[in-house]
Design a protein around this ligand. Structure first.
Ligand SMILES: Nc1ncnc2c1ncn2[C@@H]1O[C@H](COP(=O)(O)OP(=O)(O)OP(=O)(O)O)[C@@H](O)[C@H]1O
Length: 378
């Protein structure tokens, strides 16, 4: 069996991700008290599904992604477990990939060149040039980048590909190694609604090809929201909702906070838990506009709605189902659950960060070599 086929077979293995009682605490600075960034979150992610992580700014979305990917900064400590099954590797680079908000590229290279260099660096050394070309062609097609394959990426003085295409290229580079789990921090930030839809559609296709995709996202449009299978809504580091995205509207209605007709559901969910709206409401009150405000219709402050929802979620059927599913995944004999890191192996939390730095350094080194060869050949 050739290497490409090997990669494909491995990719079909079912891998589930489970997190239990995830608590992240930031150490005190200048005698300030320790701060709990995440408060005992539990959940799971299955292959063939794409999960949205939403919540107000500062609710802990990036911290959850970093905790699950094992790249928390050193000034925070984590308790709880993150479990990944079906693999004997711990945080091996083929299992987990993390796409940051920023795209780091050399603007003078084309899309295809960038993918090809990344493929040469990241794929097994014994893959032939022909095999690598096949992988690159497949990814260009998968990410809808065929038409811009020969376009330069661009930089401050060179007009290049669009921001949406850059995002898709970043994702394409990460799927080169066929990771089982992909984390993405705000993959649609700075994109217009059409580009955001395209990026999330591509991610949905990647997920439905047997992978777990989890991404944080700010205010998704209704169309983008409909692409997600699962939803985690966070507020102040706590779970307000965890479950199927399509069931969230019913959850809010059952909890006593129904989504008004014609309102975009994620907008309503965020409106319910974003305490910043309280200060906006206070400002409006001072302008005598409060009679029409949302809070006055609800007769509660956002802080009160948030605590009500957190309490409701804890005793909800969604929370019970999540606990049951976590138990089932952990008990399933085939494949085995492997603990990828826990509080006793905190050092492993740094491995991904180190690997990213290593990859970046290697990438830069390779690009410089390429430039030197180019100059010598002129
Ligand atoms: N390393 C850290 N040390 C101390 N506090 C931190 C650290 N990382 C994050 N925080 C704090 O934890 C809270 C959650 O941060 P996080 O970046 O996870 O939120 P977020 O939901 O991703 O926000 P945004 O949508 O604005 O990116 C914030 O109040 C932030 O200031």
């Amino acid at each position: 069996m050739d290497l490409l086929a090997n990669v494909a077979v491995e990719n079909k293995r079912r891998v589930c991700l489970v997190w239990e009682d995830l608590t992240v605490v930031a150490s005190s600075v200048n005698n300030s008290p320790k701060r709990e960034l995440l408060k005992g979150l539990s959940g799971y992610a299955e292959p063939n599904r794409i999960m949205a992580l939403i919540g107000p700014s500062g609710s802990g979305k990036s911290t959850v992604l970093a905790a699950l990917a094992g790249i928390l900064p050193t000034n925070v400590s984590m308790t709880g477990n993150v479990l990944l099954n079906g693999t004997t590797r711990s945080t091996g680079c083929r299992d987990i990939s993390y796409v940051t908000q920023e795209d780091y590229f050399l603007g003078t290279l084309t899309v295809k060149e960038t993918l090809t260099y990344a493929a040469h660096l990241r794929l097994p050394a014994d893959m032939t040039k022909n095999e690598i070309d096949k992988v690159v062609t497949k990814i260009l097609a998968e990410m809808g980048l065929q038409d811009s394959a020969d376009s330069r990426l661009g930089n401050w003085h060179l007009r290049g590909i669009s921001s949406g295409e850059k995002r898709r290229l970043s994702i394409g580079i990460e799927i080169l190694t066929q990771p089982h789990v992909m984390f993405l921090d705000e993959p649609t930030s700075g994109l217009d609604s059409a580009a955001a839809f395209y990026v999330i559609s591509s991610l949905s296709n990647i997920a439905h090809d047997g992978r777990i995709v989890i991404c944080s996202i700010h205010q998704p449009s209704g169309e983008v929201f409909n692409l997600f299978d699962d939803l985690v809504l966070l507020a102040g580091g706590e779970s307000v909702y965890f479950g199927e995205a399509t069931m969230a509207v019913k959850f809010f209605a059952d909890a006593g906070f129904p989504c008004p007709t014609r309102k975009n559901p994620p907008e309503h969910f965020l409106r319910c838990v974003n305490s910043e709206f309280d200060s906006v409401a206070a400002l409006m009150q001072s302008k005598k506009e409060a009679s029409s405000s949302w809070n006055s219709l609800m007769k509660m402050t956002t802080e009160e709605i948030k605590s009500e929802l957190i309490k409701y979620y804890r005793n909800s059927i969604q929370s019970e189902n999540a606990r049951k599913k976590i138990r089932e995944i952990k008990q399933s004999e085939e494949p085995l659950v492997e603990k990828i890191y826990d509080t006793s192996r905190l050092k492993q939390l740094c491995t991904l960060t180190n690997r990213s730095i290593l990859n970046m350094t290697r990438d830069i080194g390779y690009y410089w070599l390429r430039i030197v060869f180019y100059i010598l050949n002129q």
